[in-house]
Design a protein. Structure first.
Length: 158
C-alpha cells in the first residue's frame, strides 16, 4: 500500500463559477484559478501523485500551458488516474475534507462522490467527503477562500 496527501486553496472572486468535486454549486462567487480551480479535485490529484512519488499537479498541468486554461478538473483527475494505472496501482480509498464558510456543501456531496467514483472506476463506499468551516478564522473563515485536504491509499494492481 502507498499513501498520499494533498492540499489546495483558491480565493473566491465574483464572476466565476464555483466548481467542487466536478459539481457546479450555486454561488455569487467562484474560485480563482487557471483551470476551473476545483480545490477538492486538485487536492485529490496531488494526493494520488504524491502517493506514488510523481510530483504534484503543477508539474503535470502547469498554469503556463494554454491547453489547461479553464480545463475541467475532472479531466485532470482522469489523466492522473491513468498515471496511477501506468505505475500498476489503483485507488483503494479516499478521504477528503473541504474547508469553507459558505456555501453549505451537504446537498452536493453525494454528486461529488459519484463524479469521483465514476472517473476513477471505484465504488462510492470507498470514498468520503467531509465539509467544515474555519470558524471565522483567516481567509477561509472570512469567506475569502476555500481549501481542501485529501488522503488516498493506493494498492498494487493484481
Amino acid at each position: 500500500m502507498r499513501i498520499g496527501i494533498g492540499y489546495d486553496i483558491h480565493r473566491l472572486v465574483p464572476e466565476r463559477k464555483l466548481i467542487l468535486g466536478g459539481v457546479e454549486i450555486p454561488s455569487i462567487r467562484g474560485l480563482l484559478g487557471y483551470s476551473d480551480a476545483d480545490v477538492l479535485l486538485h487536492a485529490l490529484c496531488d494526493a494520488m501523485l504524491g502517493g506514488l512519488g510523481l510530483g504534484d499537479i503543477g508539474e503535470h498541468f502547469p498554469n503556463t500551458d494554454p491547453q489547461y486554461k479553464d480545463i475541467s478538473s475532472i479531466v485532470l483527475l482522469k489523466k492522473v488516474s491513468e498515471l496511477v494505472k501506468e505505475k500498476s496501482y489503483s485507488v483503494n480509498n479516499i478521504d477528503i475534507t473541504v474547508i469553507a464558510e459558505e456555501p453549505q456543501l451537504k446537498p452536493f456531496k453525494e454528486k461529488m462522490k459519484q463524479n469521483i467514483a465514476r472517473t476513477l472506476g471505484m465504488n462510492t463506499e470507498d470514498l468520503n467527503i467531509k465539509a467544515t468551516t474555519n470558524e471565522g478564522v483567516g481567509y477561509i473563515g472570512k469567506a475569502e477562500a476555500i481549501a481542501a485536504y485529501a488522503v488516498v491509499t493506493l494498492k498494487p494492481l493484481k
